[in-house]
Design a protein around this ligand. Structure first.
Ligand SMILES: CC(C)(COP(=O)(O)OP(=O)(O)OC[C@H]1O[C@@H](n2cnc3c(N)ncnc32)[C@H](O)[C@@H]1OP(=O)(O)O)[C@@H](O)C(=O)NCCC(=O)NCCS
Length: 154
């Protein structure tokens, strides 16, 4: 995927050269961030990994895994100072088009029960909840947290 969206934003495939900027965003955005190794593995295994760039500045990024007639969103993040400006909506629309173009009929994701903001964004973008995975995520002090499973019909 590679597309110029507006004068100020472009999708580019994620490379090792992006990882310093990406990790700064990841660590600012999450209490339990992915590691650099998680992103390296995602790039190496061939997942769809895209950065949304405004010139040299990274606005956000996503990682999607393709399956048989379905796609699974593994990570979507917008840099804190660029949140609530429509970038997640734009990334979700782009990945839905990309996944549909590759034959996916459904886009799946998991989200922490406590992540009300992300859940609201997904709902605003047409996803609906289909169930709960108990104790799916690590949480503070050795605890676990449930995930809400959501899907979008493509
Ligand atoms: C969740 C996240 C990706 C959303 O990114 P964003 O760029 O701020 O979202 P958008 O601006 O595209 O919002 C899309 C829609 O969601 C809704 N929305 C956004 N923030 C919302 C909020 N705090 N409360 C309710 N609705 C909200 C709005 O309806 C918005 O539509 P609009 O632009 O027509 O108003 C971003 O907050 C983030 O990176 N959070 C930290 C990482 C994270 O939690 N990732 C998801 C893990 S599952």
């Amino acid at each position: 995927m590679s597309a110029v969206l507006a004068p100020q934003a472009t999708f580019v495939p994620l490379t090792l050269a992006h990882l310093d900027a990406l990790m700064a965003i990841e660590q600012a955005a999450y209490v339990q961030p992915w590691s650099r190794g998680n992103f390296l593995d995602s790039i190496n295994v061939g997942y769809e990994c895209q950065a949304l760039m405004a010139g040299e500045e990274m606005l956000g990024y996503f990682v999607v895994m393709m399956g048989v007639q379905e796609a699974h969103l593994l990570n979507i993040t917008v840099a804190p100072k660029h949140q609530r400006q429509g970038w997640a909506r734009l990334m979700l629309e782009a990945m839905a088009l990309w996944a549909r173009g590759r034959g996916a009929r459904t886009l799946w994701l998991e989200v922490r029960v406590s992540n009300e903001r992300a859940r609201a964004v997904y709902a605003a973008c047409g996803f609906h909840g289909t169930g709960v995975r108990r104790n799916y995520y690590p949480a503070a002090q050795g605890q676990r947290e449930d995930a809400v499973v959501m899907c979008l019909t493509l």
